[in-house]
Design a protein around this ligand. Structure first.
Ligand SMILES: CC(C)(COP(=O)(O)OP(=O)(O)OC[C@H]1O[C@@H](n2cnc3c(N)ncnc32)[C@H](O)[C@@H]1OP(=O)(O)O)[C@@H](O)C(=O)NCCC(=O)NCCS
Length: 161
């Protein structure tokens, strides 16, 4: 993989809004987990692509926590942020909030960490710009990402053995 003279870049954030339509729900009339995962994956893919301006694929999704169900008719807000960048991989944290449309009251409902990898036309991993980490918040994000990355790599190693 070509890694010489990589560009450096600030993080990228993406916010996406959607609404829980009847076709999105489970038997409890709340947002189906698989549908939420699709929204999370899309938000992460847009965020990673905007960061590196290359084609990206989802390599893995780590540490997804569904805290609170999101009811039918509620708005769903997904806030995606690049929090770690390796050579070709990018970790995107996606925070999800559910909002009651009439009151505007919203709650944090889910967090997911998505590993995206930039690829070339042949599907081979290619390098992306280095992430600039300067502020306290960026440093905290990076620490959080590194812990998750460690467990991803350990899991991958275990799978190989
Ligand atoms: C993701 C993919 C390109 C990685 O290919 P690979 O041959 O393992 O590539 P490499 O070993 O060179 O690793 C490339 C990077 O991906 C990371 N990576 C690979 N598998 C990973 C995983 N499961 N989770 C997190 N990161 C992963 C590596 O850590 C490495 O990161 P770095 O460059 O920042 O150090 C390949 O596995 C793939 O195409 N998977 C299918 C993706 C897909 O179809 N997704 C669903 C639709 S988008």
């Amino acid at each position: 993989m070509k890694t010489s003279r990589r560009l450096k870049k600030r993080t990228v954030c993406v916010t996406i809004n959607d609404i829980v339509l009847p076709g999105y729900t489970n038997i409890y009339n709340t947002l189906f987990g698989g549908k939420l995962m699709e929204m999370v994956d899309k938000a992460a893919a847009i965020c990673a692509t905007r960061y590196c301006h290359k084609s990206v694929v989802t390599a893995s999704v780590e540490a997804v926590d569904f805290h609170i169900p999101i009811k039918a008719g509620y708005f769903v807000e997904l806030f995606a942020k690049v929090i770690y960048v390796g050579t070709s991989s990018m970790m995107i944290r996606v925070h999800v909030r559910g909002e009651e449309p009439l009151s505007g009251k919203s709650e944090h409902c889910c967090t997911a960490f998505v590993n995206m990898v930039a690829i070339d036309r042949t599907g081979k991993a290619v390098s992306v710009p280095e992430l600039v980490v300067e502020t306290d918040e960026e440093k905290k994000d990076m620490e959080e990402a590194l812990k998750i990355r460690q467990s991803t790599l350990a899991r991958k190693k275990k799978e190989r053995n």
